[in-house]
Ligand binder design. Structure first.
Ligand code: AMP
Ligand code: ZN
Ligand code: FE
Ligand code: FE
Length: 280
């Protein structure tokens, strides 16, 4: 069994720039055999991805990326193999999306009081019908000539600790992990190399996380080896992918370059089968 699996991708259903169909087509062309679309707080890409995936012979693993609160900051959790029609899960996602809209309005309010005349409609134009996030606000600031670059928007205004920063609603790691498990899925710590302390990592392991995203563009070879070691030590699964956003952050080159093996995906399925067999 050979093949390449990229389990971290975004579409216009959150802060990616490609439609589901464009992304699946590009994934196929990049040589990927299995993908998971992991939009922030959204499962809206999954059905269309499955439809085209079955035509193009690309396996689609249901996925999403959630944010949980640890101390003052956000940690991202990737979920896989869950039932994306689960009622409880869909209710929570609808709630998170409404909270994202309210938060975007609060951020725009803060920007306006800083004499940055961003219109909320410019943000909604960026987001379309997908989950609204700070990347849309950053792009709107650039489009409206209120920031020079995407990164400057974060550095000056909306990054963590900056004057227009606003938190998302707070969800505990335990609540997210339990919701994912109740919908039949597995949960992974996303890109831990991007600033997650060992203490937080240990806490998440205690809360029942199933695996760690080992392969990610932000991870150096040393970090990859480090997280592989932790996964082995704690009997955790290893995931990985490109976190491709369709070019929003000059990330055109990542697709097809960051992947795990089909054997690693099979290990995830195996872990789920065992859990189901033992009634967990
Ligand atoms: P949100 O879920 O709305 O809080 O947006 C989070 C996303 O914003 C992250 O996934 C990053 O892609 C992006 N982001 C957060 N902080 C920064 C930063 N300092 N510079 C650039 N992008 C950032
Ligand atoms: Zn994203
Ligand atoms: Fe993330
Ligand atoms: Fe992501």
């Amino acid at each position: 069994m050979s093949g390449r699996a990229d389990l971290h991708l975004h579409t216009i259903h959150s802060d990616g720039t490609l439609s589901t169909q464009e992304l699946v087509t590009r994934a196929k062309a990049a040589g990927l055999t299995t993908i998971s679309i992991t939009d922030h707080d959204s499962v809206d890409a999954i059905d269309a991805a499955r439809q085209l995936g079955s035509e193009l012979d690309v396996e689609i693993v249901p996925g999403m990326e959630l944010s949980v609160s640890v101390a003052d900051d956000d940690v991202h959790i990737l979920a896989y193999f869950f039932d994306h029609t689960d009622k409880n899960l869909l209710d929570h996602l609808a709630f998170y999306q409404i909270e994202r809209i309210k938060r975007a309005e609060r951020i725009v309010g803060k920007l306006n009081s800083l004499n940055v005349p961003l219109r909320i409609d410019a943000v909604f134009e960026q987001a379309g019908t997908g989950s609204v996030g700070r990347p849309h606000i950053a792009n709107a600031l650039v489009e409206e000539g209120l920031a020079d670059t995407y990164h400057e928007a974060f550095l000056k205004y909306i990054g963590f600790g900056k004057p227009a920063y606003e938190r998302k609603i707070q969800v505990s790691p335990r609540a997210a992990i339990q919701m994912i498990a109740a919908a039949g899925g597995l949960s992974f710590i996303a890109h831990p190399g991007a600033g997650i302390s060992d203490e937080v990592l240990t806490d998440l392991i205690k809360e029942g996380i199933d695996g760690i995203e080992v392969i990610h563009p932000s991870h150096s070879p040393e970090k990859i080896a480090y997280y592989k070691g932790i996964a082995t030590e704690y009997f955790l699964l290893a995931s990985g992918g490109s976190d491709f956003h369709g070019g929003r952050r000059n990330d055109h080159y990542v697709l097809g370059k960051y992947f795990i093996t089909e054997e690693q995906v099979a290990m995830m399925r195996h872990r789920l089968d065992n859990a189901r067999a033992s009634g967990r």
